[in-house]
Design a protein around this ligand. Sequence first.
Ligand SMILES: [Fe+2]
Ligand SMILES: [Fe+2]
Length: 140
Amino acid sequence: MPLLDWSPDFELGVPAMDETHREFVDALNALADAPDAELLARLDDLVAHTDAHFAQENAWMAEILFPPIHCHKGEHDNVLGVMREVRERVAAGQLELARVLARELPEWFRLHAATMDAALAQVIKAAGFQARRGEALPAA
Ligand SMILES: [Fe+2]
Ligand SMILES: [Fe+2]
């Protein structure tokens, strides 16, 4: 059973964003399902994908002059900082921390998608902005 099921509630109506969020859910589930020997690799996948995911949203916010960009980007920076710290500790042998991170992320994602990302999606749609995925975003 996946850690986090995709929900219609996650669909924000901006295809590039929804596609990225589906990949995030897949990468998170892959981490949750990973045996110990693959935890670090799956965590690296998730961190790389999240880095690109957040950078892409940050770039869209800058491009459309999204007023709460600092609040939204600040949360991205915090989450990525936690992920990177966990990655270092997992690499040092504290494997359980990867499982703790995986258990915490679904609740964070639900709230972030329903608030900050939903607000960004509304502004993108209202502005008629064509949000496109950057070349740098790796496939999950
Ligand atoms: Fe997002
Ligand atoms: Fe976001």
